[in-house]
Design a protein. Structure first.
Length: 109
């Protein structure tokens, strides 16, 4: 989940290339699947969160890494908001919430 499709969509639109979502059936279905992936991607961090809070140990987790990742996703959320792209905003906001949950766990333990 990184939002590059939005940047590429703007480039394609200005250069007269393929539209987004695509007109072809396969590509259009793939476009929609990727929206679902972007929204469900935060679930991939659920095992990390459960392990962190169940074990009450942040051993092996880097606070600086998680803060950096949360900051990057915050910028993507801001980008989605500024460009009125709901998918980027929603997916990035969900990721920020997940990363903040991990950061809080690291600070607690």
């Amino acid at each position: 989940m990184d939002g590059f499709h939005h940047v590429r969509a703007r480039v394609r639109k200005t250069q007269g290339l393929e539209s987004f979502p695509a007109k072809g059936t396969f590509k259009r279905k793939l476009d929609h699947i990727m929206y679902a992936v972007g929204i469900s991607a935060p679930l991939a961090f659920l095992p990390q969160i459960l392990q962190l809070y169940r074990s009450q140990s942040a051993e092996g987790l880097s606070l600086s890494t998680w803060v950096l990742v949360a900051s990057i996703n915050s910028l993507w959320a801001l980008y989605g908001l500024a460009h009125k792209d709901k998918q980027i905003f929603l997916a990035s906001s969900l990721m920020v919430m997940v990363h903040i949950t991990i950061i809080i766990g690291i600070l607690l333990y």
